[in-house]
Structures are given as C-alpha cells and as structure tokens.
Design a protein around this ligand. Structure first.
Ligand code: FAD
Length: 383
C-alpha cells in the first residue's frame, strides 16, 4: 500500500512503524510541521494497561520503552499540606521527546520517509498524497486535515473552563503527586511527576476565577512562573519552574462524529482527545495506531472495509476512555467545593472520580486507604 501520514506525533509514527514492520513493501511517507530538532513537551505517563497493549503488538518497542522508563507504583495527593499515599497506582513515565526520537529512529531505519518542517494547510497541500491508497490525519487536536473536511467529519470542541500551563522543574517529584494549594487568590493544582533523572513535569491548573484574581492573563511567562513557584513554594523547595512554550491554555475535548472520509482517516488527538488529568493522550493515540493497523491487516487491500473495521473495533473503547476523561476534568472543575473534606476523604473522592473504580476494587487495590475511609465515614463494605 501507499500510505501518506500528516503529523509525526506518537499516533502517526507508531502506525507507520507497525505497518512497515508487518510488510516491508508498504510505501509510507510522513509530513511533519515541526523541524526535526523541536523540543516541545515534558514527560508523558502510561499506565500498566497502556503498556501491555504495546507489548502484545510490538515486543521490541515495548522492551525499548521499558528500558527508558521510570516506573512508580504509588501516587500521592497533597491536600491541606498533608500527603495521602495511594497504593498500586503504577505509572510509567518518560520524556515525550525521547518517545518521539525512538519512534522516529525506528521509522527512518525501516525506510519510512519523514519530511520535517512542512505543514499541510489546504486541500492542494494534501495533493502531495494524491497517489496514496490511504491518508492518515494524525496532526493533533487542532487537526488541519480535520478542519479541511469539517463538513464531513463534523468535529466538536468542548473548551473546558479551567486554565492549564505545562511547566517543567528540576525538583524530582516521586511518586507522582497531585498537590492542591489554597492561596489568597483561590485554588491552584499541580500535577507533578519525575520522568527523567533531571526533570519532572509540573502541570499547573486553576479555575477561571483564580486565574482572573491572580492577574495571570496579564503576566509575562516569567512572572507566571514566579507566581506559581510562590504558590507551590513548599513543594518545589527552591527549584525553579521551567518554560518550554508553556503558555496558559484551556483544554479542549475534541470529538468527531465521523472518523473517516473516502481514503482519509483521523487518528490520535485529531480523532478525539482525552484529558491530562487521566494521562491518557499518548495511550489513546497509540491504541488508535494499533487498532488501525489491526484493521488494515484484517481487511488487506480493501480501504473502505479497513476504515469501517477500524471504527467498529475502536469506537467503544475510545468513547469509554473519553467519557472517563470528561468525568475526570469535571471533578477538577468542581474541586473547590470539595476542599472541606479531610485529606483521606478527599483522596478517596479523587479515586472515585471517573466512576471506573468501585469501593470493592479500591479495597483490593489499596486496603489501607479504603479502611481509613471506612473508619472516617462509618461505612463498611465487605468484599
Ligand atoms: C498539557 C498537556 C499535558 C499532557 N500530558 C500528557 C501525559 O502526561 N501523558 C500522556 O500520555 N499524554 C499527555 N498529553 C497528551 C499528548 O501530548 C497527546 O495526547 C499525544 O501526544 C497525542 O498524540 P498525537 O500523535 O495524536 O498528536 P500530537 O502529539 O499532537 O502530534 C501531532 C503532530 O502533528 C504535527 N502537525 C500538526 N499540524 C500539522 C500540519 N498541519 N501539517 C503537518 N504536521 C502537523 C505536529 O507538529 C505534531 O508533531 C498532554 C497534553 C497536554 C496538552
């Protein structure tokens, strides 16, 4: 097959690699907007489950990822200055850049062409792939290809109210920490985790009222970082916050009514986004790549059948994870109303936020937290 891919992020690169690895005869080209040496982004998080998918389909990449990654089995929630540890919350982390470099190297070694520094903006730009059997739009949440065919794909963008800034820091947060700090201007939340020997991701979130009261909209990047460093002084212990294109933004939950059009298919964030609070974006993107690859294998050569099969097999899992992501973002948006909870009840409420963990499941996963919650609430549920 001739395959053209717009976007060299995790979704596009991993799909290209899987296809070429399966059949070296495929002719695959990727067009990527950023230059080869772009360094945007800090770390990414994968759950155990996410990595298991990669292991099943690509043991070699799984092994390479496992060597690169930091693995931690716990996380902690800091509320009212008190840390509550949550057991058996295993996360694998690595630098987004290392993941991209690894996937790119594998693609280039396999003979996949990647053209960096070229953007697809119009239907005539897309003519670069006129000879392709399949065109994959893996060009991120603001997909240009998706918007060129918006009448067909019918995308929706649910812009969430909270403001986020994706910083880094040299303070090494272990385990992954969610820190809730009440400040004179309102509540600020940090999602912080070490992903390499030198750096942690430090994603700051606040509601629009806090953002307004703090005057963050009018601050320079340096002033914003200084403000956040002051709010999280006790946690950062003197380490600075680092910026890398780290502007404040509102997260947009992207959905598409239709997933494919003629021989064009949406993949990864272009298809649908999760939410950083469940660390699902890269996982969703790579699971999409696997599902599209499996569909191509199952319906070899028949592009309409492949794309129908991709949607049939992938939509239920994708919708389920996105629904959990939306419930998680809503929990963060409503969290100012939960600040009256004591730290244990607060941590318990956090664990229940997506509706995917029952009390019984929590009891098996983290008996100490469940027991402490039961002792406080007077509720006992037998297994
Ligand atoms: C604040 C924040 C925190 C996050 N934290 C995590 C996390 O902890 N864990 C996690 O798993 N995920 C996280 N994510 C999500 C993650 O970054 C994405 O969900 C994931 O990378 C999706 O992969 P993708 O390949 O679909 O899209 P992207 O990674 O966005 O890749 C798309 C690629 O397409 C290129 N491109 C865009 N437009 C064009 C064009 N017109 N022409 C050519 N090329 C184009 C872009 O340069 C980019 O390389 C986070 C996201 C945000 C915003």
């Amino acid at each position: 097959m001739k395959i053209g891919i717009v976007g060299g992020g995790p979704a596009g690169l991993f799909f290209a690699r899987l296809m070429k690895r399966h059949d070296g005869g495929h002719d695959i080209r990727i067009i990527e907007r950023d230059p080869a040496d772009a360094t945007y982004g800090w770390g990414v998080v994968f759950s155990d489950v996410a990595l298991a998918f990669v292991r099943d389909v690509d043991p070699e990449l799984h092994g390479a990822l496992a060597r690169e990654q930091e693995v931690h089995a716990e996380m902690r929630i800091v509320h009212r200055g008190q840390a509550v540890t949550l057991a058996n919350n295993t996360f694998h982390r690595m630098a987004r850049l290392d993941l991209l470099k690894m996937l790119r190297r594998h693609c280039l070694e396999a003979g996949i062409g990647i053209e960096f520094g070229r953007s697809i903006r119009s239907k005539s730009d897309l003519a670069a792939f006129a000879d392709c059997d399949l065109i994959v739009a893996a060009d991120g949440a603001k997909s240009a290809v998706g918007s060129l065919y918006a009448a067909h794909f019918q995308p929706s963008f649910d812009v969430r109210p909270n403001k986020l800034a994706w910083y880094g820091t040299t303070r090494l947060f272990e385990p992954l920490s969610l820190i809730f700090r009440e400040h004179r201007d309102g509540l600020l939340i940090a999602h912080a985790y070490r992903y390499s020997r030198e750096h942690s991701t430090f994603l700051v979130e606040c509601d629009p009222q806090t953002f307004e009261a703090a005057g963050l909209a009018k601050m320079s990047d340096a002033d914003s970082r200084a403000y956040c460093a002051e709010v999280f002084r006790e946690d950062l212990m003197g380490s600075p916050l680092l910026s890398n294109n780290s502007n404040w933004f509102n997260y947009s939950i992207v959905k598409n009514r239709r997933w494919h059009h003629d021989n064009i298919v949406l993949l990864g964030d272009a298809l649908r986004t999760g939410h950083p609070s469940i660390g699902s974006g890269t996982r969703l993107a790579m699971q999409d790549s696997i599902a599209l690859f499996e569909a191509c294998r199952a319906k070899a050569g028949d592009v309409p059948a492949m794309l129908a099969e991709f949607e049939r097999t992938r939509r239920p899992g994708s919708d389920e994870l996105q629904a959990a992501a939306i419930r998680s973002s809503e929990w963060y948006e409503a969290v100012p109303q939960k600040l009256g909870l004591d730290p244990v009840s607060f941590a318990y409420d956090y664990m229940m936020r997506t509706g995917r963990v029952s009390h019984e499941a929590l009891k098996r996963r983290d008996p100490r937290l469940a027991a402490e919650f039961e002792a406080r609430s007077g509720v006992t549920i037998a297994l």
